[in-house]
Design a protein around this ligand. Structure first.
Ligand SMILES: *[C@@H]1O[C@H](CO)[C@@H](O)[C@H](O)[C@H]1NC(C)=O
Ligand SMILES: *[C@@H]1O[C@H](CO)[C@@H](O)[C@H](O)[C@H]1NC(C)=O
Ligand SMILES: *[C@@H]1O[C@H](CO)[C@@H](O)[C@H](O)[C@H]1NC(C)=O
Length: 244
């Protein structure tokens, strides 16, 4: 009898069943754990680093979070992805003054809850949190919604969260307000005629990428077990075969 086999067939198949069970469970992720957390929803998603930085820097994130407790109308947020920010001309956001940064963020927040379906039928322009002059045009057809700032238009079709009082939709472009551009003619662009040598630009450039890398998914401290990677991969493959 082979007395030295480290894993009996029974143990092995138990292990296999365990792995299959674990991987099969990762499909439906129930969300309603704890109170509604605006930035937490974005944070979990992982592709909103820049927007989260702006929400923190301008304190709009905490304002929305606070108002969510009392609002009857709710909020709709168009959240630009990191890709959306990366596709901007370099400096677009960093060249904004602090007030404009606040306006930019507020421009992505509508002080009313709209489901994706509702959005198709709103009357334009839709007022944003940035104020009277900062409207968005929303057009919809056949469950497809376009949002336009006048200078930027993007399609909305992915809801990160959609339950009154909060709707968050993925925006593949940063909605730059027309108002930022129409005031200044291209020729008389704001040259570096800094009004006063203020200290204002000290810590404002923090919105640059400080993305901590979620990498380092290296060895999880394998002690000395000599079941090699090949063995695990083999099990995983068997598992996949087993599931399909
Ligand atoms: C919301 O989520 C963020 C990030 O995940 C976390 O830092 C924060 O403490 C949470 N806030 C609340 C009120 O749970
Ligand atoms: C949305 O925009 C796309 C192109 O950007 C266009 O093809 C489509 O017709 C627009 N849809 C609506 C509902 O305006
Ligand atoms: C919205 O549409 C109206 C009418 O087409 C237009 O006059 C206005 O400039 C648009 N506003 C934005 C923000 O796109």
């Amino acid at each position: 009898m082979a007395s030295s086999s480290p894993l009996s067939p029974i143990l092995l198949s138990l292990f296999l069943v365990f792995i299959c069970g674990v991987s099969a469970q990762t499909a439906p992720a129930p969300a309603p754990s704890g109170p509604l957390n605006f930035t937490g929803i974005l944070d979990k998603n992982g592709q909103y680093t820049y927007f989260l930085q702006l929400l923190a820097q301008t304190q709009v994130g905490s304002q929305v979070q606070t108002q969510l407790k009392t609002t009857t109308e709710g909020f709709t947020v168009f959240a630009p992805t990191d890709n959306a920010f990366n596709n901007l001309k370099p400096g677009t956001v960093n060249n904004l003054d602090p007030q404009q940064k606040v306006q930019l963020v507020l421009y992505h927040v509508i002080p009313k809850y709209y489901s994706l379906n509702d959005l198709q039928f709103v009357s334009n322009p839709v007022r944003t949190q940035a104020g009277e002059d900062f409207g968005l045009n929303v057009t919809g057809l056949n469950n497809q919604v376009n949002v336009s700032s006048g200078v930027v238009e993007t399609q909305i079709n992915n809801a990160l969260y959609q339950k009154k009082p909060l709707a968050i939709y993925q925006a593949d472009k940063v909605l730059l307000p027309e108002e930022f551009f129409e005031a200044k003619s291209p020729a008389a662009a704001p040259s570096p005629a800094t009004k006063k040598s203020s200290t204002g630009s000290k810590s404002n450039s923090r919105a640059s990428a400080t993305a901590d890398e979620p990498a380092s998914a290296d060895n999880s401290g394998s002690t000395g077990r000599n079941m090699g990677l090949g063995f695990v991969v083999g099990l995983a493959l068997a598992c996949i075969g087993f599931l399909s």
